[in-house]
Design a protein around this ligand. Structure first.
Ligand SMILES: [Zn+2]
Length: 346
């Protein structure tokens, strides 16, 4: 697991541990989904039911916002990524992510024990075009079942069931690697068949974790951003700075940083290697942003604000490049990718 963005590194370890504690976010999701009995909305919208006043809906809107920016970066940056990844625009939720007391209702209402559930769909994405919508449950892909959600939910070890959930999502990715896939979908008690045609992009799996720690990191499979980090960001350009950096770690195949590496780096041992990786992730992240039409100029004020608030330690105690080093990278990339005129999207 990579501990990223938050300083000092000892706090980052705590943040990563909290961020990967999954029950927080689903608990709120559950709150909204349990309250929702209305018919599912059209594709491209958020969730079963319209409960804008519910805090859970806000979180799902946040999920979709993060998912949409990651999707845009991954799609636009495909020419920069050596390994193609099948993008769908699907955001999932799973029975295991709900508190045990809420699971029976999720099963009776949505059939969430029968397959991975659709939490949201990025507008205009392949999932949207295929007709998938929030509240759907995927039953089969190319005639094959997904790993049992009930069995995953019965696994008490958090790390194990999280891995099983990721494997379930990887089942779909594997089917899509060869092109379009036929899906059998459960929607409001009825089964329907849909064809999902992915688009080629960069590795772009993201997950929003509810946490009071301002952090984002890359696990080797997923970029995880905390709700506190999302709240710290001013706009989608800053969101793209953070997501682009973390996605770049995954695209570049950087090994997830181990805690002890961070500790050693804080003492100056092996720090150069880590800084090289961070600089490379900064650079590729900015190039993804440029390809997607985001404002690279958002990076410097973001780093200044972030490091002023969360990085009061001297360089020796950091596992990341200095602010000056980061700003130099941003300026170089801005020069290489001139800004688009205001109001004009690439
Ligand atoms: Zn990093």
């Amino acid at each position: 697991m990579r501990f990223d963005f938050i300083r000092p590194i000892f706090a980052s370890a705590t943040a990563a541990a909290r961020a990967s504690r999954p029950q927080c976010l689903p608990a709120l999701l559950c709150f909204a989904l349990l309250a929702a009995a209305a018919p599912a909305p059209p594709a491209g919208t958020l969730a079963p039911g319209a409960f804008a006043a519910e805090s859970g809906v806000t979180l799902r809107q946040d999920d979709l916002r993060v998912g949409a920016v990651a999707y845009r970066l991954a799609l636009a940056g495909r020419g920069l990524c050596p390994q193609p990844f099948p993008l769908t625009g699907l955001l999932f939720h799973h029975l295991a992510e709900y508190l045990p007391r809420d699971r029976a209702l999720m099963v009776s209402r949505y059939g969430l024990d029968r397959g991975p559930g659709v939490l949201g769909v990025v507008a205009g994405s392949p999932a949207d075009q295929a007709g998938l919508t929030a509240g759907d449950v995927l039953l089969l892909v190319n005639g094959a079942a997904f790993p049992s959600e009930a069995r995953i939910a019965a696994e008490p070890d958090r790390k194990r069931w999280r891995r099983m959930v990721e494997d379930s999502e990887a089942t779909l990715e594997a089917a899509l690697a060869g092109g379009p896939a036929e899906l059998l979908v459960l929607r409001q008690g009825r089964e329907l068949r849909l064809t999902l045609s992915p688009v080629r992009g960069c590795l772009g799996r993201v997950r929003l974790a509810r946490s009071t720690q301002v952090n984002a990191f890359e696990t080797g499979r997923y970029v995880v951003m905390t709700t506190a980090m999302l709240g710290f960001l001013h706009d989608d350009d800053e969101l793209a700075v953070v997501l682009g950096h973390e996605m770049a770690h995954g695209i570049l195949g950087h090994p997830p940083m181990r805690t002890e590496e961070g500790v050693l780096a804080s003492l100056g041992i092996g720090a150069a290697t880590l800084w090289d990786r961070e600089a490379a992730a900064d650079r590729l992240g900015l190039r993804l942003m440029a390809a997607a039409g985001y404002d690279l100029g958002a990076a410097i004020p973001f780093w200044r604000r972030y490091l002023t608030k969360y990085d009061n330690f001297p360089q020796l105690f950091r596992s990341h490049p200095s602010l000056a080093a980061r700003e130099k990278i941003v300026r170089e990339e801005m020069a290489a990718h001139p800004a688009v005129p205001p109001g004009v999207r690439r």
